[in-house]
Design a binder for this molecule. Sequence first.
Ligand code: ADP
Length: 471
Amino acid sequence: MPLRRLVVSTALMASVVFLTFAALVISGRLPVWPAVVACLVVVGLHALLLRAFLDGLTRIRTGVEEILVEPERAVPVVRSSSPAVNDLWLAIMRLTRAWRHRIRGLEIELAGSNAVLAALPDPLILVNERREVVRQNAAAQALFGDHVLRRDLAVALRQPTLLAAVDAVVAGGGGRLVEFELTSPVERHMTARIDPLPARTEDGVILLVSLHDLTSAKRAEQMRADFVANASHELRTPLSTLVGFIETLQGPASDDEEARVKFLAIMQQQASRMARLIEDLLSLSRIEMNEHQPPTTPIAVVAVLRHVGQTLEMKAAARGMPIEYDIADEQAQVVADADELAQLFQNLIDNAIKYARPDTAITIGVGPSRRFKDGLAIKVRDRGEGIPRTHLPRLTERFYRVDTARSREMGGTGLGLAIVKHIISRHRGLLEVDSEMGEGTTFTVHLRGSMPGAAALPPPAPKSDENRVIG
Ligand code: ADP
């Protein structure tokens, strides 16, 4: 404790007593010497009292400074002969404990918020008032890389609408939402929410840009709209034919027996087309609904295949097409849904009958899969004209046809291979299509022998002259 402070404080406190004694001496009521002695006693007593008090205050100041330098260290002990100093130190200790508790709470809260920020699947960018990227979460880092940090937001997102909105928020405007398209590395539809923070953070962040990728949602929306448009078009065509014939039969041809027989046959054909379409649409939605649940029952595949082959034998025979079998193991089993498996084979064999040249054989083969260990490869091979390479990747799309007129003429709905694809996907299998122009087409379905840990084999090297697609 500095001596000067003690002297000044003592002098100040004792000044009233000095003045009183001085007045008494001057007025002659007190002799000089007793007054001097009394003054010295008073000064001594004040100095003693003040020394303890000031000493305690100095220790408190040192203790508080130690806590500020090292907030986590143990609270130093301050004891003084002055009760006021001890009480003050106790209050400071309580304040320190409450302060530490609050800081710990805030640290936990901050760690939680940072973890949430990092784990958010949507990219988040924190921006300062110079529009620089100060921080970003893992999703944004994956999208833009680390080089955007400490640089203008325009380096990551060169989007005039977005940048204008950010500038407006920097200038003090409220939060806003903008929609824009990214063209590289791949085309994406995005929305960005720009929100000002309630207060500027220590590292200068004043606003938050959160991005949301709308690409899948937009694509799904487009697919749904296309599907509805296609399905209604497919239904409307036979329906308008039916309405047309009904009107003709009710009007001009009401008494024409020959026309009636002819038209009724066409009407029946169109009604069956509508029924087939509705049936296929229902199958597709049923399969899609269960697609997340793979089947669990082992099924003897060859029996299912032979049964389907038998039901289609007449149709094949009508086009002079024998159905031949090339079966490696009659007892072969796969984990499958028997009804869906039958529908899958039915669609593939039916297509072979519809699209291959008349008087050629259809071969159904069963052998080990090159794709799944212990799996089976089921092949349906025809000797048709083949499918041009450009069409192969889109064959399993709903309503996609190589030759629409031929498909309609053969009673096709355009949904057969889409159904095949979804059944295979539910079975966690694979579809391969090999086609050579003028030679024919082979659809190969790879199914797993046992569902859970069935391992996939490395993909076989493709034959160079092959026209093939794998899905
Ligand atoms: P569709 O009801 O028209 O047969 P699919 O979805 O079953 O519909 O088949 C889609 C298209 O793929 C068919 O329209 C046809 O053009 C072509 N296709 C399917 N299987 C064969 C095949 N074995 N040979 C040639 N083309 C085929």
